[in-house]
Design a protein. Sequence first.
Length: 500
Amino acid sequence: MDFINNLALGFSHSLALHNILYCFIGALLGTAIGVLPGLGPLATIAMLLPLTFSLDPISALIMLAGIYYGAQYGGSTTAILVNLPGENSSVVTAIDGYQMARQGRGGAALATAALASVLAGVIATFFIAGFSPILAKAALSFKSPEYFSLMIVGLFAAVILANGSIIKAIGMVVIGLILGTVGTDLNSGANRFTFGTLNLMSGLEFVAISMGLFAFAEIMSNVAQKASAKTDLHKVSRLWPSKQDFRYGTPAAVRGTLLGSVLGILPGGGAALASFSAYSLEKKVARDPSQFGKGAIQGVAGPEAANNAAAQTSFIPMLTLAIPSNGVMALMMGAMMVHNIVPGPMILTQNAPMFWALVTSMLIGNVILVLLNLPLVGLWVKLISVPYTVLYPAILMFCLIGLYGIENSSFNVYVAAVFGLVGFMLHRLKCEPAPLLLGFILGPLLEENLRRSLLLSKGDFTIFVDRPISLALLLLAAVLLLSTMMPSFRKKREEAFAED
């Protein structure tokens, strides 16, 4: 009964006309962002964060969530029709989806992607609704030592599951942790890394850093590349899969949903890892693996279900444990803090309407995505033909207005500009900036729980190993660290991200 009552509470808020509107706007923007190569939900959410400050917290989070899972859907459209994945999680979809389009089956591929996404979205939403309260209830027994150890595990996992070199990922996390210490220490009142600047007394602005690292850096990278991809569009005829497509695609979608639901929870995981893993799984269980790469329906259904499921279940650790599993969740966590909502185990009691409204809005959003996108396939493909030289000045102006509006000060504009250059250099050096953002978000929480623990134990570090849960988490972190030294693990990790 509690489950039904909770869903009823959520729908009472998410079905409000203004929240449906914001869900629609988020899904629409997310799809457009997913279609456009080189932008992505991270940059878009970073750009739109300042606009949400004036919104009701529930409406703001519903819209931002819609952008995220909408982007996973939108990336498949151009991946299938023109072989241009709008999102890195749609790279795998392009392998077989584009071949289906070349064979005149583009409509069936699009419908399969849509149906698999809806199936995954619905199942993942119920997964969130059922699993989150259990995890939040278990987390109520956590004290500061357990939270400290849990965050250590989160940072280590983020390093392992980040793209590229492990050493570079560790460097990004460390830089993020250092940036999180900038400002006035609340315990001692000392100024740290402020260099006598009053603007840094309260620390670096989260929105300015995220907008610089992702939005500004993406603009500079795209302008520098001057990419003008030739779109070889294949016409869409029949928009419904055949019986054989359903026969092979449905089990693949179910497997992808289950796999994505689990991988989405992992720190550093998310949609991209889920889609690559689902594709590998389908090749292993297929009777004839040689069909993959030639238009196998499983190669569309499995990855699309996996990336949508992972996009939604990645909300679980962020909401219930205050541990963002990827860069987008770090942004969502930052947005919640801006609205004075603290993620963690108490969220189900202190902010139950917001939590359940967000969960039920995902069901509404997945229905909106299907009703919205299949009729607008032609529009999304035309969007690709818009020159980037037209798009980026408008995006840049939008960012600058939002940054200035945070505190009616130009300082955040300068901060974003500096981090834009940093993000551009990181892109050139093939360093993923998402672990940096995770380190910046988790750093102050890590320090706070470390200090609390040592205060309780009067400076005795054994408090972290005396408590069973904390010890288990630290042992898990040690296993993750040792695994990075194994050659076999490194090889498998490199293979998993080879397509990125």
